[in-house]
Design a protein around this ligand. Structure first.
Ligand code: MN
Length: 230
């Protein structure tokens, strides 16, 4: 018995399954598309990927309406291709990493860009910028076998019907198997681990009343609506 009950973390729906995918951890890759790294004023580091994490308690399912978050005047969308792991891997090869993928989903890495920018300037952690309540949005998972090979699928985001991000998965600098292999040098990865693989160019601010819709060819779209601030 626990002393008190915590709010449940929602299982992610899986296409073709009645049971959902429970989430344990949320890893996010930074600067994984060259054009986005450039728009943020960074050079592309092809040496190794880097990561930040989001609290699983901040996971939200597609279709939600959330208040515009506190503590920001510059809340940004980042449309992402999300990998859901289905088998344990530790210090794995890229081939072993690829074999450990359960499925894929569309997701949004919502970001307080003003807080992230201050953190970068002051060489502080990104938590206030990235680990925002409700800022890890995810849609239904499609199993890897149904999705097929990650290649030139389009990844796009519209805000109130206007296209903001439009790229393809071929533009990923660090490919999915390589990211899993690299991350597995540091973590015992396994079922319940999500990896947000980074965002293409075109990130920008949203406002109260905005509706975001993100798509990747072959996956269910991710939708988020922002209401008025609390
Ligand atoms: Mn991101």
């Amino acid at each position: 018995m626990s002393l008190f009950a915590l709010p449940p973390i929602p299982d992610v729906p899986v296409k073709g399954e009645t049971e959902g995918y429970p989430v344990r951890r949320i890893f996010c890759v930074g600067r994984n598309y060259a054009a986005h790294a450039a728009e943020m004023g960074n050079e592309v580091d092809r040496e190794a990927p880097f990561y930040f994490t989001k609290s699983p308690a901040h996971l939200v399912l597609s279709g939600a309406t959330l208040p515009y978050p506190p503590g920001t005047e510059d809340y940004h969308h980042e449309m992402e291709f999300v990998v859901a792991l289905g088998a344990p891997v530790f210090r794995c090869t890229p081939d072993e990493g690829a074999a450990a993928v359960y499925g894929y989903a569309t997701g949004l890495d919502m970001t307080r860009r003003d807080r992230q920018g201050e953190a970068k300037d002051k060489r502080r952690p990104w938590s206030l910028g990235k680990d925002v309540e409700g800022a890890a949005v995810i849609a239904e998972i499609t199993k890897a076998a149904e999705f097929g090979t990650v290649s030139d699928q389009a990844i796009r985001l519209t805000v109130d019907g206007e296209t903001r991000q439009d790229a393809t998965l071929t533009e990923l600098i660090h490919k999915v198997p390589d990211v899993i292999a690299h991350l597995s040098q540091y973590y015992h990865l396994g079922p319940g681990d999500l990896i947000y693989t980074g965002t293409p160019a075109g990130v920008g601010a949203v406002t109260a009343g905005s509706t975001l819709e993100g798509t990747v060819d072959g996956l269910a779209p991710v939708v988020l609506t922002l209401g008025d601030p609390e």
